[in-house]
Design a protein around this ligand. Sequence first.
Ligand code: DGL
Length: 265
Amino acid sequence: MRPEQPILIFDTGVGGLSILEPVRKLLPHAPIVYAMDRAGYPYGQKPESELAIRVPALLGRLCEHADARLAVIACNTASVIALDPVRAALDLPIVGTVPAIKPAAEQSQSRVFGVLGTESTVRQPYVENLSMKFASDCTVLRHGTHDLVELAEAKLRSEPTDPAAYARILDGLFSQPRGEEIDTIVLACTHFPLVEEELAAAAPKHVTFLHGGGGIARRVAYLTAEQPWPDRPPPSTALVIPDDGDIEPYRQGLRDFGIEAIETL
Ligand code: DGL
């Protein structure tokens, strides 16, 4: 292991920045490469079979290119669908991002909580299994939304977003039977913590939002505990699988998260 070998953090878009931030806080010396599969965006609306093939192949290519020491799948959709095939295909430690259902069950007072994710994530048996395992005495209400992914992307392009749009999305949870009893919402898509303030402002009452960023950072720190880091890490790079859109509008948003250079693959 060489000190300059990076941690690779992978998502389709800007969502993984909500994971990059706590990782950097805990491991300030770690070199980080932030990989974006723009060409595959949005995973939340792709068939499972496509992601189970695409994610392992692409992540393998990205990790090899970056000479990564460890990869974080900073995307709930890719993790709940493709974590096992990725681990089977790649010869380095892989950390996945799974919905924070266990912490929600531990702290919900009303025993009714919401899970907000992409359409694809919320329908996965993985989520059902987590609910049965850790929240069998709770009512777990799920809502899938691509609109909230788009709102987070727009925010990172420094575009204004409409407060009413957040209220409409939250209504997808609160209008369900027992929805008015929700006291906690699991942000089961890494894009969503980026718009947590907007969600909190639009919520019909005070709720606690939970996501997995802190836990993932601790897991990465644990897995790299004995490893060397450079005295001063190089500025982070974004490694982009391009689509036909323009990456430039994201430059400032990426810079705000300490990503100075953008490289396309
Ligand atoms: N950030 C991804 C997640 O956590 C979703 C983004 C997408 O749909 O591509 O699920």
